[in-house]
Structures are given as structure tokens and as C-alpha cells.
Design a protein around this ligand. Structure first.
Ligand code: 1GP
Length: 253
């Protein structure tokens, strides 16, 4: 990429409104299928491919998947690391994330301290992000030892989000957990969005364009979906319908 990924994201949000990003788990999809999915996702209008998974343990698989995807699409590939094993030199950028409601300092700041040097050495663009896991939380919540935040307490999520912004983080991600049965509630998205000025990412359990539209309308700047691509062969049209619909929410922002 000629420009930075951060600039690309900011410019695209300004131009298109809410963006969509496709999350791929290399352990589940492997290089060949990941590549096919990434191509379809790009055709459908996804703005970036995020690569990561809560239980990813092999650098080698990750490298292969990232390299294969990079050869096949023009949109940026952004790492979504679960741990040290989630880092690859072949990506364009990395979500340099801190799990703000973790009860374990490892996920808050220690793993970042352990990996900062290698990220710099690889020349990966680090996009700092405050990551907050809410509701069911899925595997990410369990592994990240996230203290449970129920959907009834959006004010807790607001507190973490504002603190992250004040601390200088560039993005906020509210995560319901991959495959969550109920996505992040609209009230939570609205409350956080109305108090922060950095881009807000929302993901977990978003399976259709209506849900994605409502979350975009509530204020999400980026919608992430992962599981739906594992559940359909019509990836391009499924993602395409979400991308088209969330664009319409811009007017109401
Ligand atoms: C998980 O938010 C993402 O980190 C995506 O969730 O797999 O439920 O789309 P889904």
C-alpha cells in the first residue's frame, strides 16, 4: 500500500460511511480457502481482510495464509492477534490491541511489551486499539480472561472507551465474541459513539444486512463479520448486501 492503513481507513470512512471488514481464522480456513474467501470479500466490497483467531497457535500457518491473501487482493490485510503467535511480517498492519477489561495484565499490556520490538522490526503498521469484550464473549472472552460486562451496562463500556481515547488509542472495538447469539446492543453502540471521536469497530454475532445496518445506524464506523463466511458459499453476495446496506446508514450519522 502506498498510503498508511490508518489513513486509508479514515479516508474511506469519510467517503463511504460505515465500512465492512472480513475476519478470517487461518486455523479454520487454511491458505487456499482463505484466499478464495478474501477474493470474494474484496469483490463484495469489504474494506480489509482481518486475519486472526482466538486459538491460533501456528506462525507458519499464519504466514502462509497472509502471504497467499496478499498475492490475491488489493485491500489491506490487518492482523488481529490473539497472542504472540498472531504476528506475521507479511501483513500490511496489525491491530495493536489491549483487552481493556481483561483481569490478566498479560492481555492488557504484557503481550504488547513482549511483541513491540518485533512488530517494529517487521515494519508492521501498528494501529492501537482499545478492545472491550462484552456479553457472551465467546472464546476470545474466555482466553482473554475478560471480566464479564453484561449488555445491561453500556456505561461500563463507555468508561473503557473514553479512557482508551484519552490514553491516545486510535480505535475502539466492542466485541460480543465470534458466533455470539446476540450482537452488541444498539444502546451500547449509541452511547459509546456519542462520546468518542475515534473510529468505533463492532463485531460478534452479526449475520445479516439488517442487523449490520442497525449497528451502523447506531454509530459503528466499522462492522466486522467472520462466522457468516463459514456458513455460506455465496460469500460475495452475502458481504455485498451488508456493504451496500451499511453505506446507507451514513446519511443518518
Ligand atoms: C470476532 O467480532 C468478530 O472477533 C466476528 O464475529 O464471527 O460472529 O462474525 P463473528
Amino acid at each position: 500500500m502506498d498510503e498508511s492503513v490508518k489513513k486509508y481507513i479514515h479516508d474511506k470512512i469519510k467517503r463511504d460511511g460505515t465500512l465492512h471488514m472480513t475476519l478470517l481464522d487461518p486455523e479454520k480456513t487454511g491458505p487456499e480457502k482463505s484466499c478464495r474467501i478474501a477474493i470474494e470479500a474484496e469483490k463484495g466490497g469489504s474494506s480489509a481482510i482481518m486475519v486472526g483467531g482466538s486459538t491460533l497457535a501456528s506462525n507458519q500457518i499464519l504466514d502462509e495464509v497472509v502471504k497467499t491473501i496478499k498475492k490475491s487482493v488489493n485491500i489491506p490485510v490487518i492482523l488481529f492477534p490473539n497472542n504472540i503467535s498472531g504476528i506475521s511480517p507479511y501483513a500490511d498492519a496489525i491491530w495493536f490491541m489491549s483487552l481493556l477489561n481483561s483481569s490478566n495484565t498479560y492481555y492488557l499490556i504484557d503481550v504488547q511489551a513482549l511483541t513491540a520490538k518485533i512488530i517494529k522490526k517487521y515494519g508492521l503498521e501498528a494501529l492501537s486499539m482499545g478492545y472491550i469484550i462484552v456479553g457472551e464473549g465467546g472464546a476470545a472472552g474466555f482466553i482473554g480472561q475478560a471480566r464479564h460486562i453484561s449488555y445491561e451496562h453500556p456505561e461500563l463500556v463507555l468508561g473503557y472507551s473514553l479512557a482508551a481515547e484519552i490514553l491516545g488509542m486510535q480505535f475502539i472495538y466492542i466485541e460480543a465474541g465470534s458466533g455470539a447469539s446476540i450482537p452488541v446492543p444498539l444502546e451500547m453502540v449509541k452511547m459509546v459513539k456519542s462520546h468518542i471521536s475515534i473510529p468505533l469497530i463492532v463485531g460478534g454475532g452479526i449475520r445479516d444486512d439488517d442487523t449490520a445496518f442497525k449497528i451502523a445506524e447506531a454509530g459503528a464506523d466499522i462492522i466486522v463479520t467472520g462466522t457468516i463466511i463459514e456458513e455460506t458459499d455465496l460469500i460475495q453476495s452475502k458481504i455485498g448486501s451488508i456493504v451496500e446496506k451499511i453505506k446507507l446508514a451514513k446519511v443518518k450519522h
